[in-house]
Design a protein around this ligand. Structure first.
Ligand code: ATP
Ligand code: MG
Length: 408
């Protein structure tokens, strides 16, 4: 399906502001960042060779945009175009022409998301380039599509396909959107698992390293796509990376061995997947500082309940209002528990996790023991929107068709 990266990725952590700014975009100057090249068409991948910054930026898969083009596409980065803010900068909604990719009138053409990195000190340059490198080469329906980038003066921007439902984080933890149904949560977990297993199973394995709810983006049908490859690393497993502030950035999601020793393997991603699965089940954040004691850390708090069929309901998201199949919830909790093993070797690989999750979608498992009532749980919110169900056509339901007919 996609292209793969080699195992020789080298990213020089000493890459500095002054070094980076010496070389304008597209110049052939040497870069302290070198990453492997890829084979583009053949299914037999050639041996990876290091790629310079100029090579990465001249990839035929991504378009270089001028700053002015992106300013026009986002209506001058207007605050009302703001989609979100992250550690590295702001994300704006914009429009470009589908064919020429030139800035288009708002509301016409292709909708895009433009991430504008905070220019201070060039801190994000390395991550920006890593993102262009990985997403310029990796293509999969569960990875967000990178359309292009901009490198002009101190400005560093990234242009992505627009994901209409935003991030999983927004849906699980923010007030406003209707609570995700059980079926949607499993669909999201499966989509994200597909993205991760694609990276792990690629001939030249990729460790994603930043798996968390805010990096799982959702399209109009709640198909999950992974975003943010700024921290990604090529295998082989067992790579030893210096523990950096980025581990703090993924607080609550990072595997214990990675936090303690900087030892990084694909199994560290599996641990993070377990944390997100737990967030999907419980509706709680990985870390909640306003809570006290053991409840601050989701894994510590929830672990004792995961293997206990009778007490599992205590950690389940109350926003589900009990509308989930009990057996499937227990199976999902068991998968999470395995992913969260302290010993990396005891964690399953993502292919196993994926097939176990897919089992939960089979009509038999999905319906058994389900505690459904006469209303459609997809559109029921404990807070509001109770009248919106009658405005929604059955085809708009994110539930699989076999469930849709059952809950009318
Ligand atoms: N392609 C996209 N389409 C729609 N919304 C997006 C897109 N990319 C990002 N967003 C929105 O912008 C928000 C900020 O994203 P960003 O990746 O900058 O930060 P983050 O993931 O929240 O944090 P971090 O900096 O730690 O990665 C996301 O949570 C999401 O709501
Ligand atoms: Mg992000």
């Amino acid at each position: 399906m996609g292209n793969c990266l080699g195992s020789s990725t080298r990213i020089d952590a000493t890459h500095s502001t002054s070094e980076a700014s010496k070389f304008p975009s597209g110049s052939l100057a040497p870069s302290s960042i070198s990453v492997p090249s890829h084979s583009s068409k053949s299914s037999v991948h050639s041996l990876p060779t290091p790629r310079s910054e100029a090579e990465i930026l001249s990839s035929p898969n991504v378009k270089p945009f001028s700053f002015n083009e992106l300013r026009n596409a986002t209506r001058n980065f207007r605050p009302d175009s703001l989609l979100g803010e992250g550690g590295f900068g702001y994300v704006f909604k914009g429009w470009i022409d589908e064919n020429t990719l030139a800035a288009a009138r708002p509301g016409s053409g292709l909708v895009i998301a433009v991430k504008k990195l905070k220019p201070e000190g060039f801190q994000g340059h390395k991550e920006w380039l890593t993102e262009v490198n990985y997403l310029g080469q990796l293509h999969h329906s569960n990875l967000v599509k990178l359309i292009g980038y901009c490198s002009e003066g101190d400005n560093r921007l990234l242009v992505y396909e627009f994901m209409p439902k935003g991030s999983l984080e927004n849906h699980l933890f923010r007030r406003g959107p209707q609570p995700l149904t059980w079926a949607t949560r499993i669909k999201v977990a499966i989509g994200a698992a597909k993205g991760l297993s694609f990276l792990h199973e690629a001939k030249h394995q990729v460790i994603y390293r930043d798996f968390k709810a805010s990096n799982i983006l959702l399209d109009g049908e709640f198909n999950a796509k992974l975003s943010d490859f700024g921290l990604a690393k090529a295998g082989p497993t067992g790579d030893k990376t210096h523990v950096s502030t980025q581990v703090i950035g993924t607080q609550g999601y990072a595997a214990p061995e990675y936090v303690a020793t900087g030892r990084l393997t694909t199994k560290s991603d599996v641990y993070s997947f377990g944390v997100v699965l737990l967030e999907l089940l419980s509706g709680r954040r990985a870390v909640e500082e306003e809570k006290v004691g053991v409840e601050q850390n989701l894994v510590d708090w929830a672990k004792p309940y995961l293997g206990d069929k009778r007490r599992l309901f205590r950690i389940m998201d109350t926003k589900l209002e009990g509308q989930y199949p009990k057996k499937a919830a227990y199976t999902a909790a068991t998968i999470a528990l395995q992913c969260l093993s302290r010993e990396p070797k005891l964690r399953p690989n993502m292919t196993t996790v994926l097939s176990q999750l897919e089992e939960l979608q089979s009509p038999k498992t999905a319906s058994r023991g389900e505690n459904r009532t006469s209303f459609d749980p997809v559109y029921m919110s404990p807070l509001k929107h109770r009248n919106t169900a009658r405005n929604v056509t059955p085809s708009a339901s994110p539930l699989p068709s076999y469930l849709r007919s059952r809950v009318k």
